[in-house]
Ligand binder design. Sequence first.
Ligand code: NAP
Ligand code: GDD
Length: 357
Amino acid sequence: MSEQKGNGSRARRALITGITGQDGSYLAEFLLGRGYEVHGIVRRASTFNTERLDAIYGDPHNQGVRLSLHYGDITDGAALRRTLDRAQPDEIYNLAAQSHVRVSFDQAEYTADAVATGTLRLLEAVRDYSAEGHAVRVYQAGSSEMYGARPPPQNEKTAFYPRSPYAASKVAAHWYSVNYREAYKLFVCNGILFNHESERRGETFVTRKITRALARIKMGLQDTLYLGNLTARRDWGYAKDYVEAMWMILQQPEPDDFVVATGESHSVSEFLDLAASYLGLDWRKHVKEDARYLRPTEVDFLCGDASKAREKLGWTPKVTFAQLVKLMIEHDLELAKQETTLTKAGHHVAQRGASQR
Ligand code: NAP
Ligand code: GDD
C-alpha cells in the first residue's frame, strides 16, 4: 500500500485520543495499513489498558516503529497541547470519551468534563497549534444518541434531542466543533455514528454482554444473563467499517458533518434471537430483567439515514447485521471454550462478571 504523505515528504501523522478503545484500536490498525505514523493518547492506569493494541504495539526502542503512545488525558489541556507539539499530527481523531450511556447518569459531571469540555480543550489546543502554521484536520466522534427522542430515520438535518448526560455532552461537543470550524476556519468534521460493535466491543455494552454471556451459557459456565430494556431498537453496524468512514470524512476537500449508519434497525430481543439461534439456545430460559440496567430516560428507536455519506464519501457498510452477530458469537464461543479448558485443567479463571455489570 502506498504511503500517505504529510507535510513535506514524510509519512502522514495521525493522533488518536481514545486509541485504547474499540474504535481507536481498529482506526490505528487501519491508518498504519495506509502508511501513517500513528500517535495515541493513553491514560495512566494501575493495570494495562492497551490490550486492544497488543497486535500492533512495537517496542519504541526498535527502529521503524510507527505507533507511539503518549500519556495524557482529555481532561488535561496543557498535556494535550504538548502532545500536539510532540506528535505533529496532520489528522486528529477525537475518540476519547466516557462512552457508556447508563454510566453517564451516575457520573454526569465527569462525563461532561471528558466528552464536552474535553472536546473543547482539544479544539483550543488545535486552535493554538494551527496559529503556529500547522495544517491539521480534526475528526470529532459524534453519536446517534444525540438524536435521542427524535423518531427515525435520523440524518444530518434531524434536530438533536439528547436523553442522557452523555448525549447532551456529545451535542455540546458537536456544536463546539461547528463553532471552531466557522470562527477560526479550522478543518473540523463531525461524524455522527450510529451504534457499531465488534469482537472488541466493551463487555458492558448490550451486544457484547449478550454474546459473552450466551457463549458462556452454552459451555455451562453460567446460567443467567441479567438485562434491562429489551424493546429498544438500534442501528447496529461493524466497527471496522465505521473507522474507515472516519478516515474518509477527513479526506474530503471541505470540512463537513456526516451520519454513518446501516439504515437497518433491530431490537435488543431480535439481537438475542439471532445470537441464541447460532448457539441452539432458547434465551428466554436464561435472561432475567434487572432494573439496574434501565435508564431514567431511554432512547427507544435509532435508525440512520446515511445517504449523504453514501453519495459524498462513497461509503457503505460491508458487514450485515447477521454477519456481525455471527462473528461476535464465534469469537466469544472461542473465549468460553478456552475458559472451559483452563477450568478443567484446574486453573482459576477470573470472573470478568459481564453479567453483573
Ligand atoms: P470505548 O471503547 O469506550 O473507548 C473510549 C476510549 O476513550 C478509550 O480509549 C478510553 O480509555 C478513552 N478515554 C476515556 N476517558 C478518557 C479520558 N478522560 N482521557 C483520555 N481518554 C479517555 O468507545 P468506542 O466504542 O471505541 O467509541 C469511540 C468514540 O466514539 C467515543 O467517543 C464514543 O462516545 C463514540 N461513539 C461510539 C459509538 C459506538 O457505537 N461504539 C457510536 C457513536 C459514537 P481507557 O481504555 O483507558 O478507558
Ligand atoms: N448496556 C446495556 N446493558 N444496555 C442494555 C442492557 C444491559 O444490560 N439491557 C438492555 N439494554 C439496552 C439499553 O437500554 C439501550 O437501549 C440498548 O440496549 C443499547 O445499549 P448499549 O449497548 O449500552 O449502547 P447505547 O446505544 O446506549 O450507546 C452506545 O451507542 C451510542 C451510539 O448510539 C455507546 O457506544 C455510545 O457511546 C454511542 O454513542
